[in-house]
Design a protein around this ligand. Sequence first.
Ligand SMILES: [Zn+2]
Ligand SMILES: [Zn+2]
Length: 64
Amino acid sequence: MRLPPHDSTCRNCGAPLPPDAAFCEQCGAAVAVRQTSVSSTCPTCGAILADGEAFCSECGTKCK
Ligand SMILES: [Zn+2]
Ligand SMILES: [Zn+2]
């Protein structure tokens, strides 16, 4: 039993996944995003916004 090189593995079949994979290459299951509870992204730069965040931490765009 060896650990995968990345922290992302398929929750369905356990296959190691590329860091930015959206679907498992082995079983096709949708891969959960590693960030916790992604609710929205910045319309300007696409950065992931934390829950309740009113301004983008990357570019400062007001997002609410
Ligand atoms: Zn899988
Ligand atoms: Zn932004």
